[in-house]
Ligand binder design. Sequence first.
Ligand code: FCB
Length: 417
Amino acid sequence: MDLGSLQLGVATAATQIEGGHADTNWHRWAAQPGRIKDGSTPARAADHWNRVDQDIALLGELGVRHYRMGLEWARLEPTPGQFDPGALQHYRDELTKLRDAGITPLVTLHHFNNPGWLEEKGAWLTGAALPAYLRFVRHIVTQLKDLVSEWITINEPNVYATEGYLRGLWPPGHNSLPETLRVMSHMAQAHGRAYDIIHALQPGARVGVAHHLRPFDPARRINPLDRLGAKVMELGFQTALLDAMTIGRFRFPLWGGTPGKLRRCADFIGVNYYERSWVRGVNPGTRPGCVTNDLGWEIYPEGLTRLLTHIAGRYPLPIYITENGTADATDAFRPRFIVEHLQAALASGAPVQRYYHWCFTDNWEWAEGEGPRFGLVELDYETQARTIRKSGRLYADMVAHGGLTDEAYGRWLRVSV
Ligand code: FCB
């Protein structure tokens, strides 16, 4: 497999790897009994805040030239309008070291993480988030634009909204469809404003959103209810957000923007891909009998081809796969997972410029806690020892050769019979 111009990188998010006691929505949520499956909190995670040098050395071992990382808003702005110069300097140092190591950062400005003070005011459900977020974006981009030119404004607005406001499994634990749609609309509006602010500050910047996308397939192919359910979910969960946050087209069930006026508000489309939804009526589920990962998510590489083909036909923009990976504690199927998803991306013929594997290291997986293992690098939470997995070695080999060589295939993937 020849990757051509497709560049490989790895991804992380601040709250999932940094550790420490920042006052975020997640630290507060994890402090409530029963919220996190294994009772863990983000305070331990991968202790990345104290291990930046070690982790950059590991990135060097993988050989990647692209690294997607997040910023912890609550560290940078611990009280409204008061920015912490020490936290800013920490990120400046990290970004400088990355650049010195020849690694281009792609920085996420919001990845499910709000400062506690914003959460108290109702965050994205109320009018509080928009001005606070734009103030944060303006300050951070001004301070970091000499080191960063690629930005993700918001990660997975659909997942943030549905887990927190519909399913109630994430902070703030609500169960309301109108609230979910309000949060999505506010995030879509915030992205458009942030896009303009970043470009005004840094005309050459590349700005986009990391969208969580999945195929929605009717469980019973000719059942009209399943077909309708799949269509409605596809529109409500992703297509409406994609349109609003790429071309400024706001339509039902979202609101905002200028009616009838389209405009470009993305320089690339970020795609996070994990699984498909198998829809029965109005219930998204998993196809019975399919091959799944440790979290029960279907492993379905063709889904990536389908999504990329669809997106490339809809928007004339480059595509970054901003996340793709799998929970596999024993690294039994991750090597094959990676290769098959890269093949699926190439097979689409879409202009995919980057692929960021989720995740660089094992990390704190939100409400699932420390259980799921997504890393190319294995983490021992007790000792914080890091060990590159077999899949990580394969990945490094693909980075070095611009694809999968026959030798690497024989070494990492051939099944002996
Ligand atoms: C995505 C999130 C990321 C990680 C992976 C497994 O939805 O963006 O932070 O949790 O799932």
